[in-house]
Design a protein around this ligand. Structure first.
Ligand code: ADE
Ligand code: ZN
Length: 328
């Protein structure tokens, strides 16, 4: 209880949260109603009971199905504002949020509605709640390279509302270099670059190597398997790379290998680790405070380490000067 209070009171930042993964069951019902859509669940409890998965693909199937209720600019505004309000209530001062536009374009939702709704929510949350935020466009790696390029091109007119591009979804046989041209184009537009190197995926060390060496990412999402490669760890340290680790996601979703304590391992190895929530609506509605409470117990984190993790988090960010000043 003392630790929970300490964690709740810490000023925090978050860098690995998928907006579509914050779509709570009750909001799904509300949006379905507003948009005249039918959901195959009797109620919120039945919907939540269907959130059963054992690996990344089985999680993603539920996650992509759930986001189909997002149709209008107002829907995206409401989704982003709800997350930012929750984050602000947990003393998160700043957040960088992922979104998956290819999935929304597929349903015929224009990029302007997706980015417009999220952006108006960010502006309102900054003004009303004092929380700073930015937006990271993710390429859905198991869709085609053409689809990702079309999404990037549709997003570039809204460049000022984005801070970075990322890479998410099913990693198997979809290595970072599949998107080399996309990352180069994004970087030429002044965007930062990050990529998921999800835990225990096929060819994961080669994916981490590509991310660091070939793509020259500015950050790595997950990336815990780097502990298996002293050579890659040395490169990450030389480049001062930050890692956005999601211990609750890795703990919940992974059934393939015995879970390793990535947070403890990375801290002890001297890597720049940050702790994040990932997809809270699909993880028992546990947001960053709850994730940190569990991580503290699991990895025996001291108060000094919890402070260090948040110091890392503020250093990991791509905030504007104004946003950085507001974090002090
Ligand atoms: N999409 C949403 N959450 C994800 C995760 N943790 N890994 C890959 N794709 C995702
Ligand atoms: Zn993720």
């Amino acid at each position: 209880a003392d630790m929970a209070r300490f964690i709740a009171a810490l000023p925090k930042a978050e860098y690995h949260v998928h907006l579509e993964g914050t779509l709570e069951a009750d909001m799904k019902f509300a949006l379905a109603k507003r948009n005249g859509l039918d959901l195959p669940f009797a109620d919120v409890a039945a919907m939540k009971a269907s959130y059963i998965y054992h690996d990344l693909p089985s999680f993603l199937a539920i996650y992509y199905d759930g986001m189909k209720v997002l149709r209008t600019e107002q829907d995206f505004h409401d989704l982003a504002y709800a997350y930012l309000a929750k984050a602000a209530s947990q003393n998160i001062l700043y957040a960088e949020m992922f979104f998956d536009p290819q999935e929304h374009l597929k349903r015929g939702v224009p990029m302007a509605a997706v980015i417009g709704g999220i952006t108006s929510a960010r502006v309102a949350a900054a003004a009303q709640l004092g929380i700073g935020s930015q937006l990271i466009l993710c390429f859905v790696r198991d869709l085609s390279a053409e689809s990702a390029m079309a999404a990037l091109e549709a997003a570039l007119p809204f460049r000022e509302h984005l801070v970075a591009v990322g890479l998410d979804s099913d990693e198997k046989d979809h290595p970072p270099i599949k998107f080399a041209a996309h990352f180069a184009k994004a970087r030429a537009a002044g965007l930062k670059v990050t990529a998921h190197c999800d835990l225990n995926q096929k060819d994961i060390l080669e994916h981490i190597r590509q991310a660091i060496v070939d793509i020259r990412v500015d950050r790595i999402d997950h990336g815990g398997n780097i502990l298996e490669s002293p050579e890659l760890m040395a490169m990450a340290k030389a480049r001062n790379l930050y890692f956005t680790v999601c211990p609750s996601f890795s703990g919940t979703v992974r059934g393939d290998k015995p879970p390793i304590d990535v947070v403890r391992g990375m801290l002890d190895a001297g890597l720049n680790v940050t702790i994040n929530s990932d997809d809270p609506a699909y993880m028992g509605s546990e947001y960053l405070n709850e994730v940190l409470v569990k991580a503290q117990a699991r990895s025996a984190l001291t108060k000094a380490e919890l402070v260090q993790l948040q110091r890392n988090a503020f250093n990991a960010g791509w905030m504007s000067e104004t946003q950085r000043a507001a974090c002090h």
